[in-house]
Design a protein around this ligand. Structure first.
Ligand code: F6R
Length: 601
């Protein structure tokens, strides 16, 4: 979603803010803006489009020796992408500037009240009301005015505020992520650590309902109730700039796909010693009767795999919910239930809300998260970090395979803790799965050629059965989100109940035909597609000629243990989507309408 960066103390804030925005651009990117203080006045410059367009704005080069500033990249929610709607927003007098990530739910009511008091609004956004509300309460103390204003606000916010005459930045969060960067003689605030890494690796994650006031040399953190928080751990981030650079790759997405042999290994690192699994799980595994997995998007597809994995390995029933549905459907809990939340970013608003609901019901929460210190991680009783490194490309790739690894590890852990049984076959296969991934990645060129054949298609179908069904869903999601080709994933047997009507001559049908118990059935489904002249692209580990003789194109993957097969079958689908999108001329790291981290409902 929207990105926020604020800087106070460095000699010239402008390049810091622009670099920060560039690093945040993957979160949301229909417009960008910057506000700094020069000659005791606020100067705001905004531009629709990419950060590079803002940086090229003629007025930017005239901003010199300005030590305080805030900036924002916007992903439109209320109001179209335009310069008026871009942040920072000012109050009526042009003395207070705010940048906001989140949604102000009672904005209509607040706006009416403020208009009655004479405030004049310039944008269609919900965010602008925050600037006016702070103006209403301001009497020489920005922090106090922000606290008073936020008490009136319902909804989610990650906020940075400055006043033309105060040498400080006030930041606050509820629901939307915000992190402080600590350095000698300078302080920063951002919605994501990647914006800070050029300047510091020492960070503090704000919690919900907290307000921080930054000066160039110090910071304070208070609750919205005004209580001072005396000690808050400063965390050292071990990512470096190298990890968030493209390092010669054309796109982050490609870099992240190719990183998978390493990211997969990282999930296992220090977690298997003498075939015993070490996880920091703070609940009594023996009391577990049922697991609910909640997640969104790609992470939800991993959750579907989690059901197969945990039920099969650990023998515990698993229910899978979209986090957005779970939170509103009044799920019935029984003693022995626990929640697993899966999220790459750890900040997805619906997933966060789902675990908060579970917390209210006193359910234990385990999260499988990539971003260390994220909201979901901090709201969980136990966390299994993916350790996959930053995922910058909007389409999730390495996080998906790492999530499956983490789920297998967790399932094995349950089995070990309940029965003291180590499943050596799976453990040994886990340890060498990276070699199979390297094998899959060797088919890049071949997959690119297939992408060149299908890139102009209107529709595509993805079919799989059993554990390959969630892979089919994931393959279809990858294709549609970055290439804009309409794609649907189905359990292959469902095809004849409707979707087969879409198959016409040349329609690409991607069939996941692994040699498992459902292989014969999958072959029948492929035959049904061929009978309608669909173009079958089979992903298979089968050595027999039956799949190759039926399919128009075959992508071979190495044989791995059935339970690990989604790891090797999902990667060719990531590559297929990637190359099809590139061929269509789409900026795959920044596809239209999408944001990396969905921090609003
Ligand atoms: C798709 C994609 C999204 C995310 C979803 C959940 O490629 O990236 O569908 O998977 O927004 O995000 P996280 O995993 O951060 O909770």
């Amino acid at each position: 979603m929207c990105g926020i960066i604020g800087s106070i103390g460095v000699k010239n804030a402008v390049p810091v803010l622009l670099k920060g925005l560039e690093r945040l651009e993957y979160r949301g990117y229909d417009s960008a803006g910057i506000c700094v203080v020069t000659n005791n006045s606020l100067v705001v410059i905004k531009k629709t489009g990419k950060v590079a367009e803002l940086a090229a704005h003629s007025a930017i080069s005239s901003l010199k020796d300005t030590t305080i500033g805030i900036a924002h990249t916007r992903w439109a929610t209320h109001g179209k992408p335009s310069e008026e709607n871009a942040h920072p927003h000012l109050d009526c007098k042009g003395e207070i500037a705010i940048v906001h990530n989140g949604i102000i739910e009672n904005y209509h009511k607040l706006k009416n009240e403020l208009e009655e008091k004479g405030h004049v609004f310039r944008s269609e956004t919900d965010s602008e009301i925050v600037a006016h509300l702070i103006e209403y309460y301001y009497n020489g103390n920005l922090e106090r005015a922000v606290i008073m204003a936020l008490k009136k606000v319902e909804g989610a916010f990650g906020l940075a505020v400055m006043h033309k005459s105060e040498k400080s930045i006030v930041a606050a969060r509820r629901g939307s992520p915000l992190v402080l960067g600590i350095s000698d003689g300078a302080m920063f605030v951002a919605s994501d650590v990647s914006a800070l890494l050029d300047y510091t690796s020492r960070v503090i994650y704000l919690d919900d309902n907290e307000v921080a006031t930054l000066t160039s040399k110090s910071y304070t953190i208070k609750t919205l109730e005004g209580n001072m928080i005396r000690s808050r751990a400063v965390q050292e981030i071990d990512w470096n700039i190298d990890k968030i650079e493209k390092r010669g790759y054309k796109h982050f997405m490609l870099k992240e796909i190719l990183e998978q042999p390493i990211s997969i290994e990282k999930v296992l690192q220090n977690r298997i010693i003498n075939n015993r699994i070490l996880l920091d799980i703070k609940i009594d595994i023996n009391t577990l009767k049922r697991l609910y997995i909640v997640a969104c998007g790609t992470s939800w597809h991993a959750a579907l795999e989690g059901k197969y994995i945990i039920e099969r390995i650990a023998g515990i029933p698993v229910e899978v919910d979209y986090a957005s549905e779970f939170r509103y459907r009044n799920p019935l809990f029984i003693k022995g239930d626990a929640i697993i939340a899966i999220s790459q970013s750890g900040e997805t608003a619906d997933t966060l809300a789902a675990i908060r609901l579970a917390k209210e019901k006193s359910l234990p929460i385990i999260s499988i998260v990539n971003v260390v210190g994220s909201g979901i991680a901090r709201n969980s009783d136990s966390v299994i970090y993916l350790n996959a490194g930053p995922e910058i490309g909007v389409a999730s790739t390495k996080a998906f395979t790492a999530q499956i690894m983490a789920l297998v590890l967790f399932a094995l852990y349950i089995k070990q803790e309940r029965n003291d049984i180590a499943d050596n076959e799976i453990l040994n296969s886990l340890k060498v799965i990276n070699c199979s991934i390297k094998e899959v990645l060797k088919s890049r060129e071949e997959i690119k050629k297939i992408a060149d054949e299908i890139y102009a298609s209107r529709d595509a179908l993805y079919l799989g059965r059993g554990m390959q069904f969630p892979v089919a869903l994931e393959g279809a999601l990858k294709l549609k989100e970055i290439s804009y080709i309409h794609a649907e994933g189905y359990p292959a047997a469902e095809m004849k109940h409707g979707p087969i009507a879409l198959v016409e001559e040349g329609t690409p049908v991607i069939a996941l035909a692994m040699e498992d118990v459902l292989h014969e059935k999958m072959i029948s489904n492929i035959q049904e597609v061929k009978a309608r002249k669909g173009k079958v692209i089979a992903i298979t580990d089968s050595q027999s000629l039956r799949v190759s003789s039926l399919a128009d194109r075959v992508i071979k993957v190495p044989k791995v243990l059935d339970i690990l097969s989604p790891i090797v079958t999902s990667i060719p689908l990531q590559l297929l989507a990637y190359y099809a999108a590139v061929k269509r001329g789409i900026d795959v790291d920044k596809p239209r309408n999408l944001a990396k981290s969905v921090t609003v409902e």
